[in-house]
Design a protein. Structure first.
Lengths: 205, 205, 205
């Protein structure tokens, strides 16, 4: 198992945990928790792969993905009963997952020959669509649409854009990927730390 | 029209009826009712076929499917105005539909060469995703995530697992299919009868 | 840029504006507004293309689509702060978009060789699915399922049916397309003007 797959599985596990935690106070049972874990972890990549037509979708081809999401979901279900979870650690881990998924999505889109704006958009979709589906399934307006989440999608957008720009001017995959990850992570963590927000939509009467 | 298609059309019709009934008290009109009928009846198979990349999806290739769902939806719309529906009959019919859809989904997944856990998962998706979409469209947290539905998805999971296990140790398609249907049906009906539930998700403060 | 693409881009822009306006009073930020613009504008076509297996989906192949939806979304975000929008103009423009998207969807379905009822259904899906996704994402039961929207989907259904019928008896693409557009538009505008509604679903106790 190489380092890239390991990193991805860590990101899958973290997303699954955040999926489960969204069920707090919603009268959801063990099955619901496992579905939320899987949907949050694979939703973004699935939407991307369906739009690109790359099927069967990625997580169906390697059993480690499903196993990781299920174990993370089951583990959270059990542990959350007896211990409060370390929210700060989870927020940082989730920012890392966002950065990684965005990078993977952007790269995959470009590899399929879409234009640069669509590639960036596929990166953002890969990063945030799992959380959107999670929120739809738990009956709330997606967190990522709202100011109080602090630049979640914006961080992904910047990370994906940086990847494309760096690759254009300095054709090194490693530098581009590293800059992208660093940008998303830094922006997201800074936004949490200093409560940075996008402007709210407001309609004049 | 062979027996397998007839059984499937019955299951489609029953799912369509349950889709319509979910609109009770929600200010939905005739068009909404027909969409809910179609989405509930074909949602699970559609998600499965999209994930597998088997498109155009199954119900688009045989006009009987669409016709059955539409007539069931329209019939429910009319009948429900004048008579109360036999809820017990519907619950039993729905359990049969769940068993059949789960079996069909598991078989199709394995026929497309996915691994056994993913095949079981596709069976469960085929059985329950239509109901999840129905609940999302009517603005409620999916019933199947909640304890009070009494082992709906769990019955599907056991039925799909039994199919795979029986086929492994005793390579008879008929025995495996029969055992799977019997397992899902028996577990679901027993759960309704004795109010069996999965444990609820609970977060410690 | 030919006339057909121009018309389609206008329809995309109008759908994007209606997507943004659905966010009114929902605490949605700039990112949420842009997602709602894109989802409303491309949701119908995307569902249709996924069901047909025509991927990568249409809007990913021509950057003008994404650009139009984004600019319309951004423009609405800015303008709505300072001026009230001309709702009547928007309603008429939206009726035109519905007519055009329905026609495009029906034609595309038939070109992919589906049966006539499925072709009509794909036309309706292309016309209304974007709005359904918009409503799911903003946490409301889809407007198009409810009587007070005044024959939205029904207008699309009649427009798609007229296209198929005219083409059957008088094989002129132009006449069929024109009749379809006129039917959807006329029915929709008449329904708004005289508040025509489909019957409501009602369950007898």
């Amino acid at each position: 198992m190489n380092i890239s797959l390991t990193l991805e599985l860590v990101a899958v596990g973290v997303c699954a945990v955040t999926g489960v935690l969204a069920a707090e106070g919603k009268q959801v049972d063990l099955f619901g928790v496992l579905v939320l874990a899987v949907v949050t972890a694979f939703g973004g990549g699935t939407v991307r792969d369906l739009l690109l037509g790359d099927v069967p979708v990625a997580w169906m081809r390697n059993p480690y993905y499903l196993l990781t999401a299920m174990l993370a979901g089951l583990g959270t279900f059990i542990v959350a009963r007896y211990r409060s979870l370390p929210r700060t650690v989870l927020l940082v881990a989730d920012a890392f997952g966002l950065a990684l998924f965005t990078l993977i999505g952007t790269k995959k889109g470009l590899a399929f020959g879409v234009t640069v704006p669509v590639g960036v958009m596929l990166g953002v979709i890969t990063g945030v669509a799992g959380g959107i589906l999670r929120d739809v399934l738990t009956g709330t307006i997606p967190l990522v649409f709202r100011p109080k989440i602090y630049l979640y999608a914006t961080a992904a957008l910047c990370g994906a854009t940086v990847y494309v720009l760096v690759l254009h001017w300095m054709p090194s995959e490693v530098v581009a990927a590293g800059s992208s990850l660093a940008t998303t992570l830094a922006l997201r963590l800074a936004a949490i730390r200093w409560k940075l927000e996008l402007p709210l939509f407001h309609v004049r009467r």
